[in-house]
Design a protein around this ligand. Structure first.
Ligand SMILES: C[S@@+](CC[C@H](N)C(=O)[O-])C[C@H]1O[C@@H](n2cnc3c(N)ncnc32)[C@H](O)[C@@H]1O
Length: 277
């Protein structure tokens, strides 16, 4: 499109500024040549503000002290890829081993609390909610908290509305039929599932202990974006939200090595899970 080439221009000092900005605002490490990523994610903001280029956007952030704009730019640089029942081995471990143990331990209170940290558009939290209903926990006091840095994805998660392409990814047809209804061109999750889950905007680098305690925490596919120091600080904070014996589930490319003294690594079927000491 005419004019788009100039919008995407980033001079070297602004490129460094953007890397530091995203690191200081969200903890994300975007090293090496990520020009294409900054260009594709920030060009819509440039156009929305009627600016001529990403360089102009940088100048505006630096001169105007607009915290919302600063946050919007960091938010645009988050990667929100997710889908229903991502990493099925985790859900299999929950269904067959972790949940039966939790149900036994909490049989008197019948209360369980779960956290989907870095929940993106909500598929992880809602997958768990459907699994729990399918496991017969409808009469339990179930609380699932979903949190994310990006207020945009939190809003989407709250809506419980998904496009066809999103329900085609990972969601068994039986669950689509059972828990979703048509809403125009989208699919709307039923209240039965939605009422188990609430979503908040939370930066994982902040103190999180007050959110707990949780019986099981998902923190998947977000640690890969942080440096070692941020990662171990977050793992310590996550530990502070758990009971001794609670489970932590990380993404396939992630480990709890930065906080080995807090967690024991276990294998359950094909899944790796971490148990809080
Ligand atoms: C790739 S998604 C992972 C979604 C889901 N956990 C999954 O595995 O399918 C990573 C999410 O982490 C969020 N994120 C990035 N930095 C964050 C931070 N500092 N605090 C909280 N969430 C953050 C992003 O907004 C994004 O939605």
């Amino acid at each position: 499109m005419p004019g788009q080439a100039s919008v995407a221009v980033i001079n070297p000092s602004n490129y460094k500024f953007l890397q530091e900005h995203v690191y200081s605002h969200a903890g994300l490490v975007l090293e090496g040549d990520k020009h294409y990523l900054f260009e594709s994610r920030l060009a819509p903001i440039v156009r929305q503000l009627g600016l001529a280029s990403i360089d102009d956007l940088c100048a505006l952030i630096q001169s105007s002290r607009q915290p919302e704009l600063a946050h919007q730019v960091a938010e645009a640089m988050t990667t929100n890829e997710t889908y229903f029942f991502r990493d099925p081995s985790h859900y299999c471990a929950i269904r067959t081993v972790l949940l039966p143990r939790l149900m036994e331990e909490r049989r008197d209170s019948k209360k369980l609390r779960f956290w989907s940290a870095a929940s993106s558009t909500g598929q992880e939290a809602y997958s768990l909610a459907m699994l729990l209903i399918e496991a017969g926990l409808s009469d339990w006091n179930i609380q699932i908290l979903g949190t994310d840095f990006s207020s945009q994805v939190v809003e989407r998660a709250r809506s419980g509305k998904y496009q066809q392409i999103e329900v085609n990814r990972g969601l068994p047809a039986t669950l689509l039929v059972k828990y979703f209804g048509r809403s125009g061109t989208e699919w709307q999750l039923s209240d039965q599932v939605r009422r188990l889950v609430c979503f908040e905007t939370i930066d994982l680098r902040k103190s999180m202990r007050a959110l707990g305690p949780f019986d099981l925490v998902f923190c998947r596919n977000v640690m890969i974006y942080f440096d070692a120091e941020t990662k171990s600080k977050i793992l310590r904070e996550l530990y502070g939200t758990m009971f001794g014996g609670s489970w932590l589930l990380l993404g396939g490319a992630e480990t709890a090595s930065g906080a080995a003294e807090y967690f024991d690594r276990q294998t359950v079927g094909n899944a790796v899970v971490y148990v809080a000491r």
